[in-house]
Design a protein around this ligand. Structure first.
Ligand SMILES: [Zn+2]
Ligand SMILES: [Zn+2]
Length: 369
């Protein structure tokens, strides 16, 4: 009897808080989407642009902006979280003033360098749609806008906006070092194998490479300075995996691309791997208490990777594999525990809490962690 009024009074408060947060997110998605419509040349990715269902995207943007504006007003008038509500209103109003979903392309948008703002907005939209409900249903209780979310969103934004540059930088070392292999017959033989077989091999060779690169990031002090940024997350969720230093991202991807380039796998097999890893890398960081049972020995689960992020000193330097735990089992670094970790983050030392501070961290003189 005594519990009911408490629950009833808590619900409206949570609903009110949610209106401001959703308004803010819709503003954060809607304004860059509008800018993509106005400046498609410099702000969107040519390879993606040609496949877009434009009417649907324009309608979604416009609808999202009106909903964001309305929820922001509700949040402002009837709930706390006024700062978030105001930010949501300002972002949505600005986007609508610029034309919103029906903004027309500017003539200034020709021949500028590519920034993947469209990729940023679309990926953020899809990930929110998938993971926010999943985490509410299966995660341990924690706010969607948990501590550090803004910093992680900036890491996410930078990595997505620079997607073209990062890709170019990541393929460069392999091309510079191994182009002399291009005419070798074995590359043509491998490229002619069945695509499913190539896909399996891509997964295995890239994952094995990334396993050892990841171990090197933990073992070599100069590399650890970059990777410590990723390990400084103290609350896991779908956005937490985005906290990665650009140096960490480019170095890992460049190393992973070397065997792909050398062995000459078909593009389709490589793209299928990229699709899988893009989703899986987000999933294993999610605040979703999902365990795969025996299948978890074949494919890394959130629990497997959460133990890699624990601050528990008894579990340091375990579970390095990204996709395939078999590497950890083979090389003696696998950790299987029944329970979930209690604490996450760096076991020692401190990481700056600002985005710029984290980007500068590897280059600072006084280093900890
Ligand atoms: Zn690590
Ligand atoms: Zn991680």
């Amino acid at each position: 009897m005594t519990m009911q009024p408490k629950a009833a009074s808590r619900f409206p408060h949570r609903a009110k808080r949610a209106t401001s947060a959703v308004s803010l997110w819709l503003g954060l998605l809607g304004l860059p989407a509008t800018l993509c419509f106005i400046f498609p040349g410099p702000l969107s990715t040519p390879d993606l642009r040609v496949h877009y269902p434009m009417e649907l995207l324009r309608g979604l943007t416009q609808g999202g902006l009106f909903v964001g504006l309305a929820l922001g007003l509700v949040g402002l008038l009837f709930a706390g979280q006024r700062l978030r509500a105001c930010a949501g209103i300002v972002l949505a109003a600005l986007a609508l003033a610029l034309g919103g979903g029906y903004a027309q392309p500017s003539e200034l948008s020709l021949d500028a360098p590519v920034i993947g703002l469209d990729f940023l907005v679309l990926d953020l939209f899809v990930l929110c749609l998938l993971f926010v409900p999943l985490e509410r249903a299966l995660g341990k209780p924690q706010p969607v806008l948990r501590r550090g979310w803004k910093v992680d969103l900036l890491h996410f934004a930078l990595c997505h906006a620079l997607v073209g540059l990062i890709a170019a930088a990541s393929v460069l070392p392999a091309r510079l070092l191994f182009s002399w292999l291009l005419d070798f017959e074995f590359r043509r033989v491998i490229a002619a194998w069945p695509l499913w077989l190539q896909f399996v091999l891509v997964v295995m060779v890239v994952d094995l490479t990334c396993y050892w690169v990841h171990r090197a990031f933990h073992a070599v002090p100069v590399l650890w300075r970059f990777h410590a940024v990723h390990h400084s997350v103290e609350q896991m969720d779908w956005l937490a995996g985005s906290r990665q230093h650009l140096g960490d991202i480019i170095f890992t991807r460049a190393a992973g691309f070397v065997p792909v380039f050398v062995l000459g796998f078909a593009d389709v097999a490589v793209y299928a791997y990229i699709l899988l890893i893009s989703f899986h890398a987000v999933f294993i960081h999610a605040n979703a208490r999902v365990e795969f049972g025996w299948f978890g020995r074949l494919l890394a689960s959130p629990k497997f990777h959460h133990w890699h992020h624990t601050a528990d000193p008894s579990a340091i330097d375990k579970n390095f594999a990204v996709l395939l735990p078999i590497w950890d089992m083979l090389f003696g670094t696998a950790l299987w525990r029944k329970e979930w970790p209690q604490d996450y983050g760096l076991a020692g030392g401190q990481m700056p809490e600002t985005w710029l501070g984290q980007l500068a961290y590897p280059f600072r003189k006084e280093r900890h962690a």
